[in-house]
Design a protein around this ligand. Structure first.
Ligand SMILES: O=C(O)CCC(=O)C(=O)O
Length: 331
């Protein structure tokens, strides 16, 4: 039995051992797992990238302890079928969607697909039902020890001075990630069905008031600006009605088609990210409870100050195929 096989007797996922090894022992420990497979591995196991890295770097566990941690965190009844799909995908097999057939699910219309192409973003209307959105919304308030109808509770220390809420695995949050219209929209935009849901945070952006001003994120990119630029999809699910002035998600529509030209026109030495923040005009995207805004990663985007009377409550989400084109150079 090889060293790797010895270490995969629990979950039987060789890539997990490779990931553990490269994280704790670096490139010298053997072949590095490419970024896309690493991301598929963690998504397929239902893990958030940062939580795993934080755990590994803090605890520096043996592989057996690491595997036990993964199982304890993610091992509900449905985990094994998804793990089996993951094993097949990692071995190079073309796998299908994470949910039953997408054929009967209503997808994005021709007009919505055209909007995605031209503007680089699209709103998937009622991607989840109003009830499912509300269940996740209430779970976020509960997690933070806040009451939806008590404004003074919205500034509790549990939130801190941030709009991010690290609630990753509440059943209502997980169910939204796999809602049929969510999966269908991602599959349509990627043009394939082997989708993997990233495990992202939730968010609560309360109205500004003295002592609590909007902390960002303002306009930025999460991707490299190095060429070639590739498509990746980011998403935010509104869990309650969100007006434009209510801390709505903002982006610069159509910029995915202009990024290269815009970068070429920048004077030498100018920091593209700072220049975007200084000069580009972003548009707030208002939408309803259960609506999902998807955007191309080349759009500069950010959140915005909440000048309305109720918090903006959201769930971030994305789906990617098993393998995709990406640029490993960060710029
Ligand atoms: O919360 C928002 O509206 C923006 C989210 C964002 O900037 C991001 O996901 O990178």
């Amino acid at each position: 039995m090889s060293a790797v096989q010895e270490h995969t007797t629990g979950l039987h996922i060789e890539a997990l051992h490779a990931f553990w090894q490269q994280t704790l022992h670096g490139a010298s420990s053997g072949a590095m797992l490419p970024w896309d497979l690493q991301s598929t591995l963690l998504a397929g196991l239902g893990l958030n990238n940062l939580e795993v890295l934080r755990y590994l770097n803090t605890e520096r566990p043996s592989y057996e302890v690491f595997e036990a941690w993964v199982v304890a965190l993610t091992g509900d009844g449905s985990a094994e079928s998804e793990r089996e799909r993951l094993r097949r995908a990692l071995s190079g097999e073309r796998v299908g969607s994470p949910i039953e057939s997408l054929d009967s699910v209503e997808g994005l219309s021709e007009a919505e697909l055209a909007q995605w192409d031209e503007q680089g973003y699209v709103i998937v209307r009622q991607a989840v039902s109003a009830e499912s959105a509300q269940a996740a919304e209430l779970a976020i308030y509960e997690h933070l020890g806040m009451s939806r109808d008590d404004p003074d509770s919205w500034y509790s220390e549990a939130l801190g001075h941030t709009i991010w809420v690290p609630l990753l695995r509440h059943p209502a949050i997980v169910a939204n990630r796999f809602a049929p219209r969510v999966v269908k929209a991602f599959a349509q935009l990627w043009g394939r069905e082997d989708m993997w849901a990233t495990v992202d945070q939730a968010g609560l952006n309360p109205p500004e008031r003295p002592g609590w001003m909007f902390p960002g994120p303002r306009l930025h990119w999460d991707c490299t600006l190095a060429r070639p630029h590739h498509m990746e999809i980011q998403g935010i699910l509104y869990l309650a009605e969100t007006e434009a002035a209510q801390g709505a998600f903002c982006c610069v529509p159509g910029f995915h088609k202009k990024l290269g030209e815009w970068l070429d026109a920048l004077p030498v030495g100018v920091d593209a990210r700072a220049e975007a923040l200084r000069t580009l005009q972003a548009e707030p995207i208002a939408a309803g409870r259960g609506d999902l805004v998807l955007w191309h990663q080349s759009l500069p985007h950010g959140s915005s100050p909440n000048r309305a009377s109720r918090p903006r409550v959201v769930q971030y989400m994305s789906m990617r195929p098993t393998r995709w084109d990406y640029n490993p150079e960060w710029r």
